[in-house]
Design a protein around this ligand. Sequence first.
Ligand code: 5AD
Ligand code: SF4
Length: 445
Amino acid sequence: MHIKTYGCQMNVYDSARIAELLGGQGYQTVDDPVEADLVILNTCHIRDKAAEKVYSELGRLERIRRDRGRSGAKQFLIAVAGCVAQAEGVELVERAPFVDVVVGPQSYHRLPQMLADSFQSHAARVDTEFPAESKFDHLPDIHAPPGAAGAFLTVQEGCDRFCSFCVVPYTRGAEYSRPVAAVLAEARGYAKDGACEITLLGQNVNAYHGDGDDGTPWGLARLIEAVAAIDGIARVRYTTSHPADMDDALIRAHGEVAAMMPYLHLPVQAGSDAILAAMNRRHTADVYRRIVERLRCARADLALSSDFIVGFPGETDADFRATLRLVEEVGFAQAYSFKYSPRPGTPAAALPQVPEEVKRERLAQLQDLLDRQQRAFNVAFLGRTVPVLFDRPGNRPGQLLGRTPYMQVVHASADATLMGAIKAVEIDGVGPKSLAGRLSRQAAA
Ligand code: 5AD
Ligand code: SF4
């Protein structure tokens, strides 16, 4: 089996769970689709020509299947999962009739049955329901891959906020929080497998309100405290959050929970109140500024990341300048910025659109400012010694890549045995998107 994953970390998590589920049915993962007996595209629908990209990838897979047919070799099943599958549904098999299975993000626990049915009947199977039973109750336990330093853990899915540009409430459905016990059991499992960092995931993760064993709902802050208390867990992160769901307890936790990393991805999208209202964000630019102030009171060294959309329908030059102003005032360690992309079925798609060249120009200007802030943030680390969790081999032999508490990527000469360990690294170089450093003498000793 070969799984190709597009989009967010939640899709990365889902792909890992699909691999675990089908691994139990005898499927083994291969790197090259040409070698596979099953290819799964786990798709993303958030921006751009998502569906078109999937159709062109499907065209490539159909050619592999045709070649396979000619040589009389073994089966080649094609499945489309994720948010494009959810959005397109049966249309997908109408346009690409060679697809065997179409399965939405809430029903992929049914994949083994769907694959077997489709193989036997030579007909496509489509499931884009939001089933009453939770997929989490029907998936096998998952393990961190051997040697993994960290693990993603989905605790919340879906979204009830309906920002007017966003497909998530339609493709991922209504908000759902996993029970506390299930989350903690999974986190303990990862810790046992050797992971020392856990990233709690959700489309709107700080809206988390999972049932505790006592029958009362827990907020994200309480869940983070419990995850941080697990033996072996040294770092906890969470993503992605909505400003309006940053409650007092969560802000306090940033100062009080030692394992909570001083980095937060908190999308603001825009700096103009008129645009924020048209986006149905339910917060103003000042509300965002105040939340940041309170977070920095709780944790002075907090590094912030954000998402921005430029060229949302109706955005004037003055609106855009308000976004630049907000960026100047808040200061971001890094950020993601996008041109507004109309998503079929969302309210903003029906509004008069900003011309493409205006979007392009604004994006370039915003990214230039964000890049300068990122560079300034990174340059300030030159000469400092910071704890780095090594999580990947580097590009060169004898090199490892890791992350600081502030999510910066660090390259360092380090023995492979240090993979998964947190070591003090002295920063001695700054690249456009990463840092370079060497193990500090105490750490190397
Ligand atoms: N156009 C552009 N960017 C979008 N995002 C979500 N929907 C759209 C869209 N229609 C961005 C938002 C969100 C991030 C995950 O993707 O900034 O926070
Ligand atoms: Fe989309 Fe996030 Fe808004 Fe929910 S809160 S609708 S996931 S942008």
